[in-house]
Ligand binder design. Structure first.
Ligand code: SF4
Length: 475
């Protein structure tokens, strides 16, 4: 039996003026490329949970229309995973397979939130953390084909999967030679060449987040915060190192360093492995000097921190216990402490929060300048299905395009803001993108990074800086 693991890659903006602006801003284009080049860890993980003896092939689809016109067909069934913004594209691919008699099983975050919708395009849907039920899906298919599949498979105890029981993802599938059907040119059909397109390989070390921000699905869908035992993380890292000489790894975590004791153990073990990695954390990482000192030697080169806003009123009520609002006075110091260790901070800000007024854009720009952030990401508040935000905006009648999942890109407006018009939000965020992602800012950040490295590494700093600039996370 052969299963096709099909991932829909990349992000597609919907707002014309944003697309036009994006292609003129070097960092906008770079970021799009970085996201498009991330492999689907969900599919590699279920590959690791697949019973022995089943052949697997991992396929990425970017140009959906071309691929759907002529999909790779030598599969007994196909497992599809996508995120909300590409759900419609995933449905197109699923429909194309099913029209040709190939059964489809849907999984992933979007299918977990809206299993009934996904079921309209699939023979079976896996809702929740797929590792637990995937072997059952495969066995059902082996026993009775399409007719034996259940319509919806739900994990028995949501959020309870212990990460020491999580399977080792099949990273080797990424390194396998492209093996599309002989009569199909992978490039012509939109499949990416799988021999070398990845700029980062993803590893999950923790799952969920103890904070509960209104706009975020992480804590709501994944239950409690869980860490993977250090030896299990190292097993995955070593599997990757066996395939790639000096990989750049992205920890596919929502909030890595919540458990500081575990984090220190992990970082000490990572140091001799000579990887470089990117991860995400809340700002509390800056509370612990010992942990900060371990970051660079462990290979950490960039940390993404969701600051969300420099305005207290906009942070107020964002998470259930107002944790982020309480942390605002420490933001600038925290950035300085992390970056002084040679680890760049990618500060994330969200515009369109309920207390945001048209002057928020200047406020964020001033904060970015004052804080010396080496990397900035500004996104638009997005009501994803399954979040408390979505439910509230729906109740308040503020969703502009209910069900238009292709607008859930973080870069398109799909709700009515409270403190400004849609037009003001779109114009303001474009101005901010121009101000923070232009070539001049890019050069200034590079200079700042070189200065930090000179302080840290003296004569070695030039080589260390150049190595950093070559990474996809670079300023
Ligand atoms: S801190 Fe980040 S990961 Fe955690 S709930 Fe908030 S947005 Fe989600």
């Amino acid at each position: 039996m052969k299963i096709g693991l099909v991932a829909i890659a990349g992000v597609k903006l919907q707002t014309r003026k944003f697309i036009d602006l994006g292609i003129t801003l070097p960092q906008f284009v770079n970021r799009g490329r970085v996201i498009a080049q991330l492999p689907s860890l969900a599919l590699l993980t279920i590959a690791g949970a697949t019973p022995e003896g089943v052949e697997l092939e991992y396929v990425e689809v970017d140009d959906v229309a071309s691929f759907a016109a002529k999909p790779t067909l030598d599969f007994d069934f196909v497992a599809l995973s996508t995120y909300t913004a590409r759900a419609f594209d995933a449905y197109l691919v699923a429909d194309a397979y099913r029209a040709r008699g190939v059964p489809v099983v849907f999984g992933g975050l979007h299918a977990t939130v809206l299993p009934e919708e996904a079921a309209l395009h699939a023979d079976a849907v896996v809702a929740g953390e797929a590792e637990t039920v995937w072997p059952e899906v495969v066995r059902d298919f082996q026993r009775g084909g399409r007719s034996r599949l259940k319509r919806i498979y739900r994990e028995p105890a949501p959020g309870r999967l212990r990460l020491d029981a999580a399977p080792l993802p099949r990273f080797d599938l990424l390194a396998a030679p492209a093996a599309a059907s002989a009569d199909i040119d992978p490039r012509a059909t939109g499949q990416l060449n799988r021999l070398g397109p990845y700029n980062r390989i993803t590893v999950q070390t923790t799952r969920g987040c103890p904070l509960d921000c209104e706009f975020c699905a992480a804590s709501r869908l994944y239950g409690g915060y869980r860490v993977k035992p250090v030896e299990r993380v190292l097993e995955e890292i070593d599997a990757i190192r066996a395939l790639w000489r000096r990989p750049f790894i992205e920890f596919a975590d929502d909030n890595t360093f919540v458990n500081k004791r575990w984090a220190k153990l992990l970082l000490r073990e990572l140091a001799p492995r000579r990887i470089r990695y990117f991860t995400e954390s809340d700002v509390s990482i800056a509370d612990d000097d010992e942990l900060l000192d371990l970051l660079y030697p462990s290979g950490c080169r960039q940390i993404l921190v969701g600051f969300e806003s420099p305005r207290l009123a906009s942070l107020d009520g964002l998470d259930r216990v107002n944790w982020k609002a309480g942390r605002l006075p420490q933001y600038v110091d925290a950035i300085e402490k992390i970056q002084s260790r040679g680890v760049s901070v990618c500060g994330c800000f969200i515009v369109g929060l309920d207390s945001d007024t048209p002057d928020i854009f200047d406020e964020i720009r001033e904060f970015v300048e004052r804080s010396g952030l080496l990397e900035v990401q500004v996104t638009i508040l997005t009501p994803f299905p399954g979040t408390r935000l979505y439910d509230r905006l729906a109740r308040e009648g503020r969703l502009l395009y209910p069900g238009a999942w292709d607008r859930c890109t973080l870069f398109d407006v799909n709700f009515r803001p409270r403190g400004m018009s849609v037009e003001e939000l779109e114009e303001g965020v474009m101005r901010l993108w121009r101000d923070t992602w232009n070539a001049e800012q890019f050069a200034a950040r590079k200079r700042r990074y070189r200065d930090i490295m000179r302080n840290l590494h003296g004569r070695r700093s030039e080589a260390e800086s150049e190595e950093y600039f070559a990474l996809p996370a670079a300023v």
